[in-house]
Design a binder for this molecule. Structure first.
Ligand SMILES: [Fe+2]
Length: 150
């Protein structure tokens, strides 16, 4: 038994784990986030509308792969801005600052982030853990004041 608690196969539809992040109070450019955590890693899938304000640059102890299946926004990695056409990816070692900017994007950006180790700060509302416990995952309202953009 894992000390962290999932340690079992869990199958579901991740669209049911929908969380909402809105970087401005007018809620004009909300970003959808689907987030889930295993025992040792985490995944976050973001849908970022074209024109959304820049997500703040940040860093964390987790290694992060940033993959862009769709979109024409800008990725910022260690102070360097990159055009993130579909297929763009970046690997950010622990502690490297990074962010994403869709403010000048012309169409919706999809951004998939993979973290190691898991993002324990999101433990409370973890979709897979709730499913493993026989609970129904709930929609969670996230604001800029309660969580950093990942
Ligand atoms: Fe991050």
């Amino acid at each position: 038994m894992s000390k962290k608690g999932i340690n079992q196969i869990v199958v579901g539809n991740f669209y049911n784990s929908e969380e909402y992040y809105c970087p401005n109070p007018e809620k004009k450019f909300g970003t959808m986030r689907y987030f889930f955590t295993g025992d040792n890693c985490s995944v976050a899938l973001h849908m970022i509308p074209a024109g959304a304000p820049q997500a703040p640059e940040h860093h964390h102890v987790h290694e992060q792969f940033l993959l862009v299946p769709q979109g024409d926004g800008k990725a910022i990695v260690d102070g360097v801005e990159y055009d993130s056409e579909p297929g763009f990816f970046a690997y950010c070692p622990s502690g490297v600052p990074h962010g994403y900017n869709a403010s000048e994007a012309t169409y919706c950006c999809w951004n998939l982030d993979i973290f190691y180790p898991e993002r324990l700060e999101y433990e409370k509302d973890n979709y897979f853990r709730l499913l493993a416990q026989g609970k129904k995952p709930m929609e969670t309202q996230i604001t800029k004041d309660t969580v950093e953009f990942v």
